[in-house]
Design a protein around this ligand. Structure first.
Ligand code: ARG
Length: 651
């Protein structure tokens, strides 16, 4: 039962005769922030009073008079200027929580109208090493898939692997002209990654050298402009404002020159790189030619692609395995290659796409940039592939909803994609870009290694496991009698390390950037997976100590007694599980569930401090408290599992 929605539904009925649009008012009914305001608070009286031209307290009273909720709540109270405070009846909570105790799904009913949802997540580009940015898509996407599935929807998690993009041209060029045979024999994927990086560096360098004079000229022009304006401005406020704008532009131009200078000197200070650049002039174009040949069906380039791809995929799969991630479908970009020409033809027939400066583009009203579906050289684009993919998902997978769990920097692409797909006729499905921010280092810049490289996932996982192992060792060594063998410690370290990485990512609001911090991530107290995992193990320990078989607990009846405010709060928190799941799914925000987990764990720790289980005043109370403990453990296990995080009975 979704408690919040139940309360909102009752208000919807009460308000329906008073006002036409109740939805925005219902949004203003929320769980109360502070227990002294009850359990739920409705704050719509003030805006509604404005609409109806009556005092807010009178409006609140009118709403209460029409509200039928006495089966759930104590009589409603009006506070301050017109807040409506609701407190659930203790008998209601006790009855509900007793029912929940005997339910595997912790009271969550499967949805009555399941949807076909395709979740596009992870999508790394093969041969470029998978980095910490892909982790976000992978972890958030997996949590969304699992939660949708738990709610009862039909989910297809699809890994849209970048296996056909321009990076292959770079790799093929690098392989032909720059490869280190011994390194390739030893670790082909590692060598391909090095070649990709090398070609990329050289082409970046050469482009920057070409671009630098232009950048310097822009800066010089702005500087002159600024000097002239400074002389002319005087005290005119408007002119002063303009001056500020020019100063900003100048600062940006200086930055661009500085960055370009750094790119150039990083190569020129390295004689080996410099020499390579001199012997491979125009490397960007040469690499692009290889991509064009690959896409045009060139036999030799396709042979190389077929040779490289399986090993690259294997390297990716190793990471997925360590992270415990599975997909229902893995159709990479290459899968759609045969369909691309038809996509463009169809867009043209429907007069959606037209030629512009040699390229074929879709122009969407309100969007400055065109959506290019075929470039001047005939090449199809990321956009063309995404259109073919949408068609496949709508027609073959019968998707009712497609979610793209992708970096927010691609939001313009998705806006254009969705608009084009809709005009193209894909109107049965709903599309959403589930965007996320950047992983930052403690210096406030995108998270990099000390040498300035993006952080590879493999090494990130290694580090998480070794840090987790230290924590597990310390914890077990502190015991009078350590409980874990070395193998068990390794297993627990894996659960803690991987869980820590995932939770740290999920508990931030997904569209904001977040700072990657090992110490916070694996802290044993606070809003971390480690804290929840230890809480889970502690509860298992209680049952072990008392020698009680947990799965027989509710067979002797599951009457819950709420004797203290702490028991009441814990029970109510546990009843809010479905509300938090629905809250996550409303806009695909996993942190709604982590917040619930954290608040529930907090309620449990206060309950456990205050309420003795073993020495409870009566047998009935002891039994009731044991059931709450068991329910709490199951809530932790189930909630964490939806986020892709495991638990261990002994840690
Ligand atoms: N390969 C892309 C990248 O790394 C992400 C793919 C996202 N999915 C999509 N259908 N465009 O940026």
């Amino acid at each position: 039962m979704n408690l919040l929605n139940t309360v909102r539904d009752r208000f919807a009925t009460a308000l329906s005769g008073m006002v036409t649009d109740v939805a925005p008012l219902l949004e203003m009914i929320r769980p109360a922030q502070d227990a002294k305001f009850g359990d739920f608070q409705a704050n719509f009286a003030m805006p509604l009073a404005k609409q109806l031209g009556k005092p807010p307290r009178e409006i609140a009273q009118m709403a209460i008079d029409r509200l039928q909720i006495s089966d759930l709540c104590e009589p409603a109270e009006i506070a301050g200027p017109g807040f409506i405070n609701l407190r659930l009846r203790d008998e209601f909570i006790a009855r509900r929580i007793s029912q929940t105790a005997g339910d595997d799904r912790l009271g969550v009913l499967p949805v009555s109208a399941p949807r076909n949802v395709v979740v596009d997540f992870s999508g790394p580009n093969v041969a470029k090493p998978m980095h910490v940015g892909h982790l976000r898509s992978t972890v958030i996407g997996d949590a969304i898939c699992k939660t949708l599935r738990f709610a009862g929807h039909h989910v297809t998690g699809d890994n849209h692997i970048g296996d056909w993009g321009t990076q292959f041209g770079m790799i093929i060029y690098g392989y032909r002209h720059l490869r280190d045979d011994a390194a390739f024999a030893d670790n082909s994927v590692g060598e391909l990654a090095r070649l990709y990086k090398l070609v990329n560096t050289l082409s970046d360098y050469q482009n920057t050298v070409t671009k630098l004079p232009g950048l310097e000229e822009t800066a010089a022009t702005l500087r002159t402009q600024l000097t002239e304006q400074e002389v002319a401005t005087g005290t005119d406020e408007k002119a002063k404002k303009q001056l500020g704008a020019v100063r900003k532009q100048l600062a940006a131009a200086h930055d661009a020159v500085k960055t370009a200078g750094e790119t150039i000197s990083s190569v020129e200070s390295n004689p080996v790189l410099l020499k390579l650049s001199q012997s491979h002039p125009g490397i960007a174009r040469l690499a692009r030619d290889e991509t064009v040949k690959l896409h045009a069906g060139d036999a030799e380039n396709n042979r190389l692609w077929n040779e490289f791809l399986p090993e690259c995929l294997e390297a990716l799969n190793r990471i997925y395995q360590r992270l415990g991630i599975e997909f229902d479908l893995e159709l990479g970009e290459s899968y759609y290659n045969p369909m691309l020409a038809d996509v463009v033809a169809s867009l043209k027939i429907k007069s959606l796409a037209r030629e512009s400066a040699g390229a074929t583009c879709v122009f969407i009203e309100g969007n400055a940039a065109p959506f290019i579906v075929q470039k001047t050289d005939g090449a199809f684009t990321y956009a063309t592939t995404d259109l073919a993919t949408i068609q496949y998902r709508c027609d073959t997978l019968k998707a009712a909803e497609i979610l793209y769990v992708v970096d927010k920097r691609q939001s313009e692409h998705f806006q254009q994609l969705f608009a084009t797909a809709t005009l193209w006729g894909m109107t049965n499905a709903r599309f959403q870009h589930v965007a996320f921010g950047t992983v930052m280092g403690k210096d406030g810049k995108p998270y990099k290694t000390r040498s300035g490289d993006t952080v590879g996932l493999e090494s990130l996982i290694d580090e998480a496991l070794s840090r987790a192992r230290r924590i597990v060792d310390e914890n077990d060594d502190r015991r009078e009698m350590p409980m874990l063998s070395s193998d068990e410690r390794a297993t627990v370290a894996e659960i803690v390390g991987i869980g820590g990485i995932k939770y740290a990512d999920l508990h931030h609001s997904r569209d904001s950037d977040y700072i990657f911090d090992w110490d916070k991530m694996l802290a044993t107290t606070g809003d971390t997976a480690t804290y929840m995992q230890y809480a889970y193990a502690r509860i298992c320990g209680i049952f072990r100590k008392l020698d009680i078989e947990r799965n027989t607990l509710t067979s002797g009846g599951s009457t819950i007694l709420l004797m203290t405010p702490e028991e009441r709060r814990l029970a109510l928190q546990l009843l809010m599980f479905e509300t938090s799941i629905d809250g996550l799914l409303q806009d695909y925000r996993p942190h709604v569930l982590t917040s619930w987990l954290f608040e529930t764990a907090d309620a449990f720790s206060k309950f456990y401090d205050r309420c003795s289980v073993q020495d409870a005043e009566s047998k009935e109370l002891r039994h009731s408290r044991l059931i709450l403990c068991d329910l709490m453990a199951r809530a932790l296990r189930t909630g964490l599992a939806l986020l892709g995080i495991q638990v261990a009975e002994v840690m």
